[in-house]
Design a protein around this ligand. Structure first.
Ligand SMILES: Cc1cc2nc3c(=O)[nH]c(=O)nc-3n(C[C@H](O)[C@H](O)[C@H](O)COP(=O)(O)O)c2cc1C
Length: 293
């Protein structure tokens, strides 16, 4: 059986899981005497044709039951060729006491499987565990489409920097999507953000939070506006739950567009800043915000 001789490993990583797996694969490749190269997707500008013996591995987190845009854009950039390409994903899990669930579609916490997975890959064994998830993944795909609209725009607009921010610009410099700018002396997240959380994990003072309070208030405002619209003005058009959901999402995004800027201004007041921080779940220990790196 033909085995792999050259390996190119591309990864995109927000909180570090995909990067860790990429590093492990590099180690195993080294143990096997396989020539491997590691490359961060977010820093790749252009790609040249790979020689025919090179196998390519792409590792990325799953965001909203799909790859994030940055990974898709990279895949589109890959030059055409007959190389073997292996796609890998890190996904969510949940710790319940000593037990760790694999997540809805996920295997992220079962990272110990990386070694056996990699062994199969290096020996060209095609029996991959991920096939078992296929039915589940197909069933969840409509949610994935919904996420590509709501998740992207809503989650991306929840990040803010608390008073702990020292303006060190680490979040801006490390952002793979170049989505953070400075407005009135404070980091401001634009809609280019892909919610990968790299900013949170790069922040040396743990100043970056996610504004759940804002989302709750705006969800309430969107519901009230939707009820007003469906009750009085456009009653005939509001029978379908799908239409309602679409309009709710649209309203939420419009409100976010305006109120995110308002919140950014309010953060300058030290009492309001405290209130906004206290209504952010990321502020609390159970969220498990990563230690600064
Ligand atoms: C915005 C966002 C959306 C996510 N969506 C999913 C998901 O749909 N399914 C899943 O299993 N995990 C999901 N996750 C969890 C990540 O895929 C998981 O934590 C992954 O290991 C992160 O990899 P990284 O540390 O390399 O960024 C999501 C994480 C984020 C930040």
């Amino acid at each position: 059986m033909e085995t792999i001789s050259k390996l190119m490993i591309f990864y995109f990583s927000g909180t570090g899981n995909a990067k860790q797996i990429a590093l492990w694969i590099t180690e195993y490749a080294k143990e096997r005497g396989i020539n491997s190269q590691l490359c961060n997707i977010s820093t790749v500008d252009s790609l040249e044709m790979f020689d025919s013996e090179t196998s390519i591995i792409i590792i990325s987190p799953i965001h909203g039951f799909s790859y994030p845009k940055i990974t898709f854009d990279f895949i589109k950039k890959l030059p055409k060729g007959n190389n073997q390409v292996v796609l890998m994903a890190t996904r969510a899990g949940m710790r319940i006491g000593n037990y760790v669930t694999p997540g809805l579609t996920g295997i992220a916490f079962f990272v110990s499987r990386v070694k056996s997975h990699t062994e199969k890959l290096f020996s060209n064994n095609r029996n991959f565990l991920s096939r078992k998830d296929l039915l589940q993944d197909i069933l969840i795909s409509p949610v994935s489409l919904g996420y590509s609209l709501a998740g992207k725009y809503v989650f991306a607009k929840t990040f803010y920097a608390s008073a702990k921010c020292t303006n060190c610009n680490q979040c801006i410099n490390n952002c793979p999507a170049k989505a953070i700018s400075i407005i009135k002396g404070k980091p401001f997240w634009t809609f280019r953000c892909q919610s990968c959380m790299k900013c949170m994990t790069s922040c040396p003072t743990k100043a970056i939070e996610s504004a759940h309070g804002l989302i709750i208030i705006l969800s309430f405002l969107s519901s009230v506006t939707l009820s007003a619209l469906s009750g009085f003005i456009l009653a005939d058009y509001f029978h379908s739950i799908f239409v309602k959901l679409l309009i709710f999402t649209f309203l939420l995004i419009i409100f976010l567009l305006v109120f995110y800027k308002v919140q950014h201004a309010l953060l300058r007041n030290k009492y309001l800043e405290k209130l906004i921080v206290l209504t952010s779940l990321t502020h609390y220990k159970f969220w498990g915000k990563q230690n600064p790196k």
